[in-house]
Each structure stands twice: as C-alpha cells, then as structure tokens.
Design a protein around this ligand. Sequence first.
Ligand SMILES: NC(=O)CC[C@H](N)C(=O)O
Length: 386
Amino acid sequence: MLTDLLHPPQAILALADGTVFRGQSIGATGQTVGEVVFNTSLTGYQEILTDPSYCRQIVTLTYPHIGSYGISDEDVESSKVYAAGLVVKDLPVRASNFRAGKTLDAYLREQGTVAIAGLDTRRLTRVLRTTGAQNGCILALAAGEAITQAHIDTAVAAAQAAPSMAGLDLAKVVSRTSSEVWTQTEWKLGAGYGTQAAPKFHVVAYDFGVKHNILRMLAERGCKVTVVPAQTAAADVLALNPNGVFLSNGPGDPEPCDYAIRATAELIESGTPVFGICLGHQILALASGAKTFKMKFGHHGANHPVKDLDSGRVGITSQNHGFAVDAETLPAHLRATHISLFDGTLQGIARTDKPAFSFQGHPEASPGPHDIAYLFDRFIGLMAQA
Ligand SMILES: NC(=O)CC[C@H](N)C(=O)O
C-alpha cells in the first residue's frame, strides 16, 4: 500500500484528436474507451458512476476532490458501475463518512472500472468545451510499469476507433430482459396514496436504463411499478392495465430506438397518461413528430437552472444528456413547458391533445435541491384524472 502511495501505477488518457494526459491509475488495470464528457457536480460521484445513462461514456468530474466520502451501498442508481471510465483531479488518500463501506478506488477495482487521477481536469474540460465531446481511451498500467510511446500510440488509436455516440442504440443493451415488479422494503406512502398492500396506481415503467430513485419516487407516491424491458410492445403494456406509463432515462442516441418510438406513439394514442425523463423525454418527442439532435458537449451537472414556462419559476436541476429535442421541430400538438437558462435549449414538453409530458433533466436526482420533484406529482395528477 505504501509503495502504491509513493509510486502509484501510471495511466494515460488519450483523446481522439491526439491530446494525451498523464496521470495515475486509481481503478482497474487495463484499457477502456468511450465518449469523454465532463460533469460539474460537486457531489454524487457514486450516483453518476451507476447511472446507466453513462454507458460507453468516460466521465470527467470537474470538482477537484473526488472520493472524500467513500462509497455506501445505499447510494447506487443501479446494480453496477455503467460509466466506461472515470477521470478525476485528486483522489483523497482517505475517505471519511460513517455510511461508507469502502473507498472509491477499491470500488472501482472491484467493479473492473478503469480510472485515472492526477491530471489537469480544467485543461481537459476546456478541450472538450472547445472541440465538443469526443472519444477517448484510458490506459492504466500495473504497478511498476512505465508509459512508453507504444502505449500512447495504442491509446490514441483505440480512441479513434471507438464508435461515435450518434446513431448508437444503447437502451436495449442496458435494459433488463424480463419484467419485474419494483419492490422496496424501506418506504412509506405519502398521504392519500393508499397503502403499501393496495397502492393507488399501477405504473408500467420502460427500462431504457432506469435509475432506482425514479422507481422509489413513483413507489412513494402510491404506485405499484412494473418495470418492463425496452423492447416491450405497446399491446403488452396495455394488457397490464396500467394507470400510467413511464419512459425512463437511458444511454445512447434516442433516434435509432425505433421500437420504443413506435410503442410510445401507440401508448400516447391510447390515451394512457405518459411521463418521460431524459431519454424517455426524447423518445416521447420523436413519437410525437419532433426531431432530436446531438449537442456539442451536452449538459452534465447538478445546478442547471431551468425555467418552467407555465409558472415562470426557475428550478435548479440535475442534468445528464448529450442529445436534445429541437424546439424548432415541435408539431402543433406539442408545446414547450421548460427551457434551460444556460443555453435556451428545450427542457420540457407536453402534448396538447393527450395526457403526456416529459422532462429533459433529472427530477429524481437529489444533489440538494428537489426543485423539480413536482413533475412526479403532475404525473400522479394525470393518472388521478384519467
Ligand atoms: N440521461 C439520459 O437519459 C440521457 C439521454 C441520452 N442518452 C442523451 O445523452 O441525451
């Protein structure tokens, strides 16, 4: 351990444009590729790593000290780490938190996640902001090995050979393959939402890479939640007699998810209340006739101001997306409900003819403010009226 501290194993991050950063390996040994994105959250590294929406993405955290509060079993958003890799400035030598069961580096090794520390994440972020998100490769050597030019050439070539995120359908890759009723032992229903034995609503939730806290927040609002695989047909969902359908977040490009777009169009048409988050929002938009596009470097952070156009209120939101719905392409039956105050892009939409709406950010995330949680209550309201 002491030798590790004095002579940490070496690692490099190579970008597809040939930029190379040197640092130390803090996770598994080996090589990983993915789209390199930056996230500006001060906390939440564990929720970020386990968010399936980060599948095939290498996450750079711009906050300089990452790992100080360790890893706790309760703070996962899914069953494993989905991010393709992690880039941080500084991993504190000790983690301190009574809830923590292990350190971040031990967790990364256990999960087989390749990660790098000790590089200038400010410089990296400037590169990504200027050029846009681009593919990269982390190469992490075993203790005692030294970086050579051959390693650098290998990493740059691997970054250049990685597939572009545009056009990739990853929802069906991360989705569960069989239906499951969401159960949680420690939860209480809000007032007026029935009992745990007899919840008031039945929600069928599409798993495109769903985060656990979404399911918890639906359950806490009196919903029995049946989670179904990404490729479930609309008829099979309707056969379950849901009060509402939820479209989850998820990785990749929404446009190739033709099965989900088709099913969503049919479900909206049936008049069943539909609520979508992030990838689910993009799919609801595509199913309604709007278009999506790839953003330059997307939105990844925990303090993005978003304006609710109906109330005029501004909420501080969590964001994690690289694609967006093009506001110029909204058909007559879709109206804009929210916009980003960072760049004016669309953040929420609602159908004018059907009980269906969606949000680009993450109302379930809890980095501090819960400003957007009211959208879950709006979905409950639609089901109550239906
Ligand atoms: N968090 C998400 O659901 C992300 C949606 C989509 N993969 C995007 O990057 O835009």
